[in-house]
Design a binder for this molecule. Sequence first.
Ligand SMILES: CC(C)(COP(=O)(O)OP(=O)(O)OC[C@H]1O[C@@H](n2cnc3c(N)ncnc32)[C@H](O)[C@@H]1OP(=O)(O)O)[C@@H](O)C(=O)NCCC(=O)NCCS
Length: 186
Amino acid sequence: MFRPAYPIRTSRLTLRPFTPDDLDDVYAYQRRPDVVRWMLGAEPRSREQSRASVAAMAGEDALRAEGDCLTLAVATEGRVIGTVELVWRSDRDRTGEIGYVFHPDHGGRGLATEAVAALMDWGFTEFGLHRIYGRCHGRNDASARLMTRLGMRREAHHLRSYRFRGEWADQLVFAVLADGWRAGPR
Ligand SMILES: CC(C)(COP(=O)(O)OP(=O)(O)OC[C@H]1O[C@@H](n2cnc3c(N)ncnc32)[C@H](O)[C@@H]1OP(=O)(O)O)[C@@H](O)C(=O)NCCC(=O)NCCS
């Protein structure tokens, strides 16, 4: 089992497992249409749906087997402002996939970038991944900019490759290898 030493701290943030007490903060962003706009299969959540989501995320505090998702609450000044996750995609290829969702009220200050970088650092340094990738809708500019800011390379632009809200959508794939990450600005 691979479990970070909690909390993971950055200069402005704390990353740690979710608890039921985080419901109000999580519901504050999961309920918003603008937050789920580019997320596949996601709709604004009711408070009860957020409660179930928090309960599920609270259990995702370690990577036990390929396919598992490590999901962490990102907190600052005592409030949870977002979620970062690392999915263990391949044991053999030591590959993971990142994901992130933040409250727009806390956007535009580099906090999401800082949190995702911290989780990727754990993925490469402690968990021993060889490659981390991320995917986003071709029109999710904020997400594409975030991955670019992290030093990830845009490796693919799949044209009209998946069904999204009733129509064909483009998908972008970004990735970085462990040696590239270590050589990066961080
Ligand atoms: C994707 C998402 C996390 C990006 O949020 P964000 O606020 O743009 O990201 P950050 O918190 O890292 O802030 C970066 C912005 O702050 C600016 N910034 C200010 N201070 C900064 C600092 N110290 N460091 C880095 N960036 C800084 C950057 O220039 C950037 O602005 P820009 O994109 O206009 O150039 C957010 O839009 C989101 O949660 N979206 C909804 C969920 C979603 O779509 N998730 C992805 C699914 S694939």
